[in-house]
Each structure stands twice: as structure tokens, then as C-alpha cells.
Design a protein around this ligand. Structure first.
Ligand code: FES
Ligand code: CO
Length: 327
């Protein structure tokens, strides 16, 4: 499975403190915990002794203790103690299954499989390293939709006047002007996307024509970039919203938005509330789509010129060899 060799977001760093945290990725159960050095670890959530869930256990003296017979595992996965045989020294073959984990873009990322060739990069989010911008997470949202349906919705301009009427769109201005789409090594870029938006952000006081560009940076990641609204930031600044999705199962997803913005005045709560309003408008429609997995055969659904970003996304997924969340 190609997607198993990619990095996927599974949690936020602050979610993992003193107790083991169960998470799911690509249908696999994992446990996140911090070892004696405070280093984050991701193990299969299944004890190699009798299969109990390690996430029901505890972290003791910097090691993960299984809830069933108390076997202990160090951060490197090695079993260090079998309480039923206190003087037994477990061999190196007695170990928990461990996965690569990293912290980036305000999230924790896990990769299930070592790549066979070149190592996959984390999905790019260039605004993360722009020191001038404020970074903030929104989410997670647990959504009963496939990750590709959620990415495609993010690229979709023609739903604004209906799903986000009075916010990102208006029934009086539903036309989608032509925009440009090009493929990139990690997906696609759509530029010159314009929308007439009554309330494009927290501070809008009047409708405005907003111009976006979108980039798909990995099969389940995308970034929207826009010029900040008039007067809120110096010329030349760009704000970004990253959409990072953990594919839990083929038909369910955990979703984060990562904001990189020029607004330093508003509270976290206000900024998150705006994003929340918009996403909870999308969510029921996303959860209603059938089939829940995204059809990659372009003949399976109907497309118009206004959908060319989503058609390009489907072609990219098909060429990439992704199997999870698509049909
Ligand atoms: Fe984990 Fe036995 S099942 S110690
Ligand atoms: Co929407």
C-alpha cells in the first residue's frame, strides 16, 4: 500500500503527555506515548504477548506497561520486564512493533512503512517557516467521509454560494471564473481562483472578491493561500490554511486545519470559531456523499469546466497509486 509509506498526521503534540493515547491510521490501531527522555513513540496498539491493547496500560518509569500481564517496553520497543518471570532477561526478539514518528506543522506525523526507495517528505507547508505569520490549529474534526472527498471539497469553488451562503459565497454570484490548474510532483496547483465572498474572514465588513490559490501537497493534504484582506498586513504577505487529514478508515477521517495568518489581534477562540462555522457547513454534505470513497474513474461522476481542479486531483490520485479512500 503506497500510502503506508507516506507521513500522516495523527495527533497534536500536546495530546500526548503522561498517559498512552490510542490513535488510528489507515485502519491500524496505534498507541502514542512519551518515553523516559520525553521522546514521542508510536507503537502498534497490540501487545506482542497476547494481543491486549497497550493503550489501556500505563507509562511507568519511562516505559510502556501492558495492562494484561504487565510486560514493559522501552522507547526502542524492547521488552525489558516480564513480571511473571522477574529474573528473565527478554531477548531482543521480544519487542513491540514501532513506527517512525515526527513533529511538524503543529502536528504529530506517523509513517507505517519504511519506503523502499526515496523517503517521502512531509507534506509541504511553506508558511510554517514564515516567522511573521501566526500559526494556529483548528480541529481535530472526526468526519464520516473519506480523506479524498474532504480534500476535493477544499478545492471546490462552486459550492460556496450554496453550502456557505452569506459567508464564502452568495446565490447572486455562483459563476466560477476560469482558473489555471497545473500538476506538480506532489499533486497540483490551482491559481487565479476567484470568489465573491460576503464574509470571507472574521473581520469582513463588506463583500469582497477574494483570490485564492490551492496546492495539493500530498494525497491527503492541501494548502490554500490568499492575500490578506486590505489593511491587515503589509504588501506582499500571503496567508495560508493547510488542510491535513488522517485517514482513519477508508470512509472516516480526522481533520485539522493549520492557519498561518497575519491576524495577531483576534483570540485563538475567535479564529477557530470562524473556521468551525465554515467546516461544520461542509460536514453534513461531505458525510452525505455516495459513494463515500472518491471514484477515480472519471466516468463515474459528472464533471464540468468549473470542476477542473477536482478532476486533476482525481487524475493525480489515480497516477499516484493511492488505494485508501478511493474506489
Ligand atoms: Fe501484554 Fe500479556 S498481553 S503482557
Ligand atoms: Co466548503
Amino acid at each position: 500500500m503506497f500510502e503506508a509509506s507516506l507521513w500522516h498526521p495523527v495527533a497534536q503534540p500536546a495530546d500526548v503527555t503522561g498517559t498512552p493515547v490510542p490513535v488510528q491510521l489507515l485502519g491500524q490501531d496505534l498507541v502514542l506515548w512519551r518515553d523516559a527522555d520525553g521522546t514521542l513513540q508510536a507503537f502498534a496498539d497490540q501487545c506482542p504477548h497476547r494481543g491486549a491493547r497497550l493503550s489501556l496500560g500505563q507509562v511507568r518509569d519511562g516505559q510502556l506497561e501492558c495492562p494484561y500481564h504487565g510486560w514493559r517496553f522501552a522507547g526502542n520497543g524492547q521488552c525489558t520486564l516480564v513480571p511473571a518471570l522477574p529474573s528473565f532477561k527478554p531477548p531482543t526478539s521480544n519487542c513491540a512493533k514501532r513506527y517512525a514518528v515526527r513533529e511538524a506543522h503543529g502536528l504529530l506525523w506517523v509513517r507505517l512503512q519504511s519506503p523502499e526507495g526515496v523517503e517521502a517528505e512531509l507534506p509541504a507547508f511553506l508558511a510554517e517557516t514564515d516567522e511573521r505569520l501566526r500559526k494556529l490549529n483548528c480541529g481535530p474534526y472526526d468526519v464520516a467521509a473519506s480523506a479524498p472527498r474532504i480534500i476535493e471539497n477544499f478545492l471546490d469553488l462552486s459550492h460556496f454560494g450554496f453550502v456557505h451562503e452569506g459567508w464564502l459565497g452568495s446565490r447572486d454570484a455562483t459563476g466560477v471564473d476560469d482558473y489555471q490548474v497545473e500538476s506538480t510532483p506532489t499533486g497540483l496547483r490551482a491559481t487565479g481562483c476567484k470568489a465573491w465572498q460576503p464574509q470571507s474572514n472574521l473581520h469582513s465588513t463588506a463583500p469582497a472578491q477574494v483570490e485564492y490559490s490551492y496546492e495539493v501537497t500530498a494525497p491527503y493534504a492541501a494548502v490554500l493561500t490568499k492575500v490578506p484582506e486590505d489593511g491587515t498586513a503589509p504588501d506582499g504577505w500571503r496567508e495560508s490554511i493547510g488542510l491535513f487529514i488522517c485517514p482513519l478508515t477508508p470512509e472516516t477521517s480526522r481533520v485539522w486545519f493549520r492557519l498561518a495568518i497575519a491576524d495577531f489581534a483576534s483570540s485563538d477562540e475567535k479564529l477557530q470559531a470562524f473556521q468551525h462555522t465554515i467546516f461544520t457547513q461542509d460536514q453534513p454534505v461531505l458525510e452525505s456523499q455516495r459513494p463515500k470513497c472518491l471514484p477515480l474513474d472519471l466516468r463515474a461522476e459528472l464533471h464540468t469546466a468549473a470542476d477542473k481542479a477536482s478532476s486533476a486531483y482525481r487524475r493525480y490520485l489515480k497516477n499516484s497509486g493511492i488505494t485508501f479512500g478511493v474506489c
